[in-house]
Design a protein around this ligand. Sequence first.
Ligand code: CP3
Length: 333
Amino acid sequence: MVYKSLLKAAKGDVVRPTPIWFMRQAGRYLPEYRALREKYSFLEVCQTPELAAEISLQPWRRFGVDGVILFSDITVPAHALGMNLSFEPGPCFESPIRILKDVETLRRADPKELCPSVCQALRLIREEVGSSATVIGFCGAPWTTACYMVEGTHRPGFPTVMAMVQQNPEVLEALLEKVTSFLILYLKRQIEAGAEVIQIFDTWAEVLSEKRYREIAFSHLQKLLDAISDEVPVILFMKNTQAFFPLLQHCHAGVISVDSKTSLIQARNTLGRVLQGNLDPERLRQGSLSEIEKTTREILQEMSGAAHIFNLGHGILPETPLAHVHRVIEVVR
Ligand code: CP3
């Protein structure tokens, strides 16, 4: 076992066996997660450091993955800014942001006070894994975080956000600015508490064209990346990765997480970065063991000789059989 293999790969080393973890690896496909969630609500878990740490560690205890990601949600910072949040099971804000006054009423505070459980959970995780795995902190990108704060919940295409882009761009701009300032402090606190790598999730970049994203959201993302990328390696996940290639070539993230529709070979030839990915979560859930093995080997082949972190192209699906996860790890190792 290579010491901190994921951290090394994230910094650009070619590490073999390829380090592996799974986006959304702590979740409902794990019986031990479901057992804990029967006793506690999602937010209770996020706000109790011992529970958040325990759930973060579940996939590491079971599979020995090389990365342990903090258990929380990308909407938790908005909750800390004063927005009432519930999970049903997707995130739901009681009073979404619609006008400038809503942005102004958001709290301006130090995430150390607002998110103490996140920092304490990270300390517990780091203590437990020691040198055997890399601790990953995370947040949503400013754009994706703002999408939930404006839409209030997950709606395909985020129609309220798209209307705001057209009709009230100044509200969106003020929100993005406030969110970005908060996320910078939030990630700095995570790093102080023990996060060794940061992943930024920009799942809903895909509702904008590359050109539109560049106009509205890119400067905020770069500001966030610039604030922390001297301290730790940063992994950026954008769904519909291929569409954002021109922008990704200029973005200040050292590692790009590639979705399953994008060719790893093309990403390798175009982006010149460390790559993470990109096994299809549907394949992992529904494929036979031999199909999963074949696809896993193809991905390893495509990334041979290059710095690579093995992962899925998006989050693991709740019905994924544990034996399938075991097989991927076996093949990679
Ligand atoms: O990766 C991990 O294991 C760490 C924890 C984590 C969660 N959410 C826990 C969670 C992380 C990194 C996230 C990120 C997240 N949250 C994203 C970006 C990644 C992606 O999948 O695109 C997004 C878009 C969200 C918003 C969110 N939270 C949605 C859409 C949902 C509902 C969908 C679902 O999976 O049920 C959530 C709830 C959520 N976040 C759950 C978990 C384990 C399910 C809660 C439960 O019922 O137990």
